[in-house]
Ligand binder design. Sequence first.
Ligand SMILES: [Zn+2]
Length: 420
Amino acid sequence: MFASLGFLFAILSIARCVPVQQAASRDKVLLVSFDGFRWNYDQDVDTPNLDAMAAEGVKARYMTPAFVTLTSPCHFTLLTGKYLENHGVIHNMWFNTSTGVKMPYYVTQGIDSWWDNGSLPIWITAQRQGLKTGSIYFPGGKAKYQGEEVYMKLVEPPIFNYSNEVNWRQNIDTVMEWFTVKNLDFIALYFGEPDSTGHKYGPESEQRKAIVSQVDRTIGYLRRRIRESGLEPNLNLIITSDHGMETVIKDKEVHIGAVENFTFSDIQFELLDYGPNGLLIPKEGKLEHVYSVLKNAHPKLHVYKKEEFPKRFHYANNPRITPLLMYSDPGYVIHGRFKVQFNKGEHGFDNEAMNMKTIFRAVGPAFKQGLLAEPFESVNVYALLCELLGIVPEPNDGSLEVLRPLLRECPADGCGNTDI
Ligand SMILES: [Zn+2]
């Protein structure tokens, strides 16, 4: 029985011009995100392991994240290939405009309805096509999508030190076990640094340089463990991030509460005090007044009616976006009723600002060696992940053609799982 099935399988495989051996094993993919790793963080720190990875694989000059350049939205773009207005995760915070209730980042990770609003992350799509997937701390990994969730997952506790290097190595060891013992095909692994340090001390600080050294050591450890685990010939490793980091300007700050002729008694719902982004719902009949007093209130502040928000951001065309929205220029955060933002570094700014650009590196059997690739948008990463995993993507805003130049030439009998 088994022999005849095997024979049949071999015939079918030959008929499709795919070597029999390939069908038995597919290459694995590890997607790693180091939160808030600005595109040029490796230029003022010695990073031998990142450099070695670039020499052996592909390095993009930089990657342009989606707008708004916040953690959950940009990670969900990596997982879905969609801009924010199309995947709906438009902020780090869940909110209810009727009750005014807002939930912080960590709590929002566990609110299924915030994530599950029409777009499937690659974990679920891959699992529906027979693959096994995992997530360690990755934004979006905690939620259920149409009742389904990622097969293996770790979720960080509510109070958590994101910079603990021992924990970083434990998580890498867990990834190796999931690939080798559990035979997972795709794992998304998240680290909360250098974002936390960039916020606290600023992107130009010595502390930020030190945490980038820690990231580089960790990449060295990761690649050593990949080799020791025998995964190197069959694992495509991508190291990327969600956004960059900008130094906060404390001079002539944007403070909505201090704007002349503006009063919060005209406002039904507000989401302010979150870096350079703001959402507002004026009370009935107050929209034109609020808009007119805010739109020229500060030279670094940009206030728009929802339907007039610049289309290039691919942000406002979503039911979750409020009738008025705003963003500020690089360096300026938006204070609401009171000045309650004290970070030295911040993100969320225009994704065309160079300090919001982030990294993309890749190494493995599918990737060219020593290639410095031109910049691209992060919406295109999803299509690449699907190609590497050999799965059919969901409809998305990216294109495989953008990143195909990163891949090795395919042999005549097809790409995918061949050791070239
Ligand atoms: Zn982030």
